[in-house]
Design a binder for this molecule. Structure first.
Ligand code: ZN
Length: 612
């Protein structure tokens, strides 16, 4: 059961939490000056207008005045600010110049002793954090849907606040939706009265983790602290697919310490969600493209769950420290998968991850191959490559290899326990690593070149080389195929998704006829597994197997997950006549994609939408 509080109890302006220790971190992706005035709590009251694609209402910010003479500086992007109330009086709206990546600073001068500001505002229909879906873009097809995606710096397009991961605050919210729709948020306390939802996050979180979704939603409990949320048309499949979530939470607690967030729910979004998942606290947002029917893609849930420790509990203080969130999380994800599903499964996933990293490294400039990447003057999305994820995880696996698993686990546990609910930099990590592992064991410390891992490009020569016995079997089958064996004669009995991905990845220069024979034997074009299907479509585009074209069109028109879209559009661009095909499909599909996917694909295709 969900926690239900008497309606209205949340509404007294919540008492400010104990002050967080101010940290002098310079975040180049925020105008805010939290070293001078710091937001400690925000209280949101918004009404959702699905016709206008606008949220209207107010936010009240509770402040800590560190420098009593300094103004409050907030981040905004495209917001229409109607009025600002300070001490029961209206004050001028002072918006700075527009920055192409950062939006506009909002400066509010504060009289002495005042620690509360209320801003009345409306979001723009084009707010990048908010995706408003028409009924036909949902699974049920009858009701509209809204979800927000704050990471990295998009929360400022729906809430005026200090939009930096270095600033953590508690929050509460009242969301009024149209009748028949259910609002849900990434909060640890929730209650509903019809279409009005009240939410409270009692732990201090960074702004990018404030998330809202609203649609025709229902929930199914799978354990006392875990429920799956989805549209009614999806709930049965989703609940079955994620049935092991409670065992994953238990595995995490055994490995990395207590789960500190109360509930862990998963919300399955419509397919246009641009990511695999987003680790919004207490309520992971997930793409429906992982509903494979056989739990073969649930590593994504392990990943988002692991963020409850790495990312949400201990957070990157700036976006150049993003590897602290993602490298740790991929490492933890593999450990969870090993714990719940065994070593064979985690070994295959590590091999595929490192393979993907090596392929991407070959396409990136040296500066973008560094864990501690320089993102000054750039959109933080530019740093969201496989480098923070897979190279970060490889670095931690190397530490485990050198110091042994027992010491690595103690180190990780201490990292989370000693820094819970704090935002940290790469320098903080390096100091902690030195103190906990390196300094006390110079002999082992000499075996790993830490600055080379963190500050240089490429994958260091001492990176662990993963292998998988199950993949060796797949490679033997591929060799038989290349040697002339008929597809139908191949021994693929019992293969799981990862083995099929290896199989497709190892095919060398297949002809369209060979692809047709494989399709005949294994029905790849009809696959309901999005990972296998996307890999197959890419192979088909690259090798001229045009029988997939209708399926490709349908996939690109319905799925908005950037991980699949980018390689498929890249493959189209490599193909003969591909630019025209890619542009034709993209022109139709673009309105269905989220702003973050649009930005990536606009760049890739040289697409300049009208008005931009
Ligand atoms: Zn992640």
């Amino acid at each position: 059961m969900l926690s239900i509080l008497p309606f209205g109890l949340l509404w007294a302006c919540a008492a400010p939490p104990p002050p967080a220790a101010p940290m002098p971190v310079h975040d180049v992706h925020s105008f805010a000056r939290p070293d001078q005035v710091r937001v400690q709590h925000l209280d949101l009251d918004l009404t959702l207008d699905f016709d206008a694609h606008v949220a209207r209402g107010r936010v009240t910010l509770m402040l800590e005045r560190i420098d009593p003479d300094a103004p409050l500086v907030l981040d905004t992007d495209g917001l229409q600010i109607d009025c600002i109330e300070v001490d029961n009086a209206s004050v001028p709206v002072l918006l700075g110049e527009e920055d192409p990546h950062l939006g506009r600073a909002l400066t509010i001068h504060l009289p002495p002793g005042i620690d509360c500001v209320t801003i009345h505002y409306a979001t723009a229909p084009t707010a990048e954090a908010m995706q408003w879906l028409a009924p036909e873009q949902t699974n049920g097809g009858t009701r509209p849907f809204l979800f927000t995606q704050g990471q990295a710096i998009l929360t400022r397009s729906w809430i005026p606040l200090q939009d930096s991961p270095a600033v953590r605050c508690t929050w509460s919210a009242k969301i009024t939706a149209p009748a028949g729709l259910v609002p849900v948020m990434s909060a640890d306390v929730r209650s509903w009265d019809g279409p009005v939802g009240c939410f409270q996050m009692t732990k201090p979180v960074p702004s990018y983790l404030i998330a809202l979704a609203c649609g025709d939603l229902t929930s199914r409990d799978i354990s006392p602290r875990c429920a799956i949320w989805a549209e009614p048309a999806t709930i049965d499949r989703a609940a079955a697919e994620f049935a092991d979530t409670e065992s994953m939470i238990a595995a995490c607690e055994e490995l990395f310490g207590p789960y500190r967030w109360g509930r862990y729910d998963v919300l399955v979004l419509p397919p246009s969600f641009p990511f695999g998942g987003m680790e919004n606290p207490c309520l992971t947002f997930a793409t429906p493209t992982i509903l494979a029917g056989d739990k073969s893609l649930v590593a994504l849930i392990a990943h988002e769950l692991a963020h409850s420790w790495s990312g949400n509990l201990v957070t990157n203080a700036t976006w150049r420290d993003f590897w602290l969130n993602e490298g740790f999380t991929v490492y933890l994800e593999n450990r969870i998968m090993e714990h719940v599903y065994g070593k064979d499964r985690s070994a295959m996933e590590i091999v595929l991850g490192v393979q993907g990293l090596r392929e991407e490294l070959a396409t990136l400039p040296d500066a973008d191959q560094r864990l501690h990447i320089d993102l000054a003057g750039r959109n933080p999305d530019d740093g969201m490559t496989q480098v923070p994820y897979e190279k970060g995880a490889a670095f931690l696996r190397r530490l485990e290899q050198v110091f042994g698993r027992a010491r690595m686990d103690a180190f990780l546990r201490a990292w989370f326990d000693q820094h819970a609910f704090r935002s940290l930099t790469t320098a903080d990590f390096l100091a902690f690593l030195d103190q906990e592992l390196l300094r006390g064991d110079p002999q082992r410390a000499a075996q790993i070149d830490v600055p080379r891992w963190v500050e240089a490009g490429g994958l260091p020569g001492d990176a662990p080389v993963p292998d998988s016995a199950l993949f060796a079997q797949v490679d033997a089958v591929v060799a038989a195929l290349q040697g002339g064996a008929a597809p139908a004669s191949l021994d693929t009995k019992g293969w799981v998704t990862q083995q099929w991905l290896r199989f497709l990845g190892e095919l060398k220069d297949p002809s369209p006829e060979q692809l047709a024979a494989l399709d005949q034997a294994f029905a790849f074009t009809r696959s309901g597994n999005s990972e296998i299907l996307a890999k197959w479509l890419e192979l088909a585009i690259d090798h001229g197997y045009r029988a997939v074209d209708r399926r490709l069109d349908l996939f690109l028109m319905t799925v908005g997950r950037r991980k699949f879209l980018t390689p498929l559009y890249q493959a189209l661009l490599r193909a003969e006549d591909g630019k025209a095909r890619a542009t034709a499909i993209y022109t139709k599909a673009r309105p269905r994609y989220h702003a973050v996917a649009q930005r990536t694909l606009d760049d890739l295709l040289g697409f300049h939408p009208a008005g931009k």
